[in-house]
Write a protein that binds this ligand. Structure first.
Ligand code: 13P
Length: 251
């Protein structure tokens, strides 16, 4: 059976000292709740403090992006090898905010995914449609297209380290959550794309998260859906009680 993964994405929030305090507070609240993997994806500069604070707990630490080149003249970028050495296990790739504000394309999402996987990281690859694309009726086409490009040249073996997060752009940070049925349907399109590329068995084993205004109130209903194998959580991942409630819903 596929794993349920509850992952926070802090985006550009929390300083290193705030990260340390938060994780120290969260750790006892989620201790022993092992029916899901618990991950916090944090800003690069928080990684040292976060990995230190999470040592000996069931909280794993991730980054929020990775460059696709091994090294070189790419000012401001961070390589997969650098991340591995910091103790990070996961990395978010292709978040809609990267696509929207930083020129991320389906092709660069693919290159970053390959770089992360080749370095042994677990990739949380984000896909999702805008409201306009949904209203035009392109949700299925777009989710399959984004998923397939992101996973081009990924091996069947590497799929064990791939998590896909379906994040409808219109539901991110807006307080508008997809209904549980919309989340299940979107995640189902993603899983179908994985099946078309890698076969039904691998698709059935692939964790597909939902993200977009998931919180302590709606998590249980979303996570109860067949195709929703966890969440990628922004705002509610920075409030210990809310994040714990989502972990509880997954347990
Ligand atoms: P919110 O949970 O704040 O809507 O953010 C979702 C998200 O973008 C997680 O990556």
């Amino acid at each position: 059976m596929r794993k349920t993964v509850i992952a926070g994405n802090w985006k550009m929030n929390m300083t290193p000292s705030a990260a340390r305090t938060f994780i120290k507070e969260l750790a006892p609240m989620v201790a022993g709740k092992d029916k899901c993997d618990i991950v916090l994806c944090v800003p690069y500069v928080d990684i040292a403090a976060a990995t230190e604070a999470a040592k000996g707990t069931n909280i794993k630490i991730g980054a929020e992006n990775v460059h696709f080149k091994a090294s070189g003249a790419y000012t401001g970028e961070i390589s997969a090898e650098m991340l591995v050495e910091t103790g990070v296990e996961y990395v978010v790739i292709g978040h809609s905010e990267r696509r929207q504000y930083f020129g991320e394309t389906d092709q660069t999402v693919n290159l970053r995914t390959l770089a992360a996987l080749n370095a042994g990281l677990k990739a949380i690859v984000c896909v999702g449609e805008t409201l306009e694309q949904r209203e035009l009726g392109y949700t299925e086409t777009l989710l399959k297209y984004q998923t397939k490009i992101a996973l081009t040249n990924v091996t069947a073996e590497q799929m064990k380290n791939v998590i896909i997060a379906y994040e409808p752009v219109w539901a991110i940070g807006t307080g508008v959550t997809a209904t549980a049925d919309q989340a299940d349907e979107g995640n189902g399109y993603v899983r179908a794309a994985v099946a078309e590329m890698f076969g039904d068995a691998i698709a059935a084993e692939t964790t597909v998260q939902y993200g977009g205004s998931m919180n302590d109130k709606n998590a249980a209903e979303l996570l109860a859906k067949e195709n929703v194998d966890g969440g990628l959580i922004g705002g509610a991942s920075m409030v210990t009680e809310k994040f714990t409630a989502i972990v509880d819903a997954a347990n």
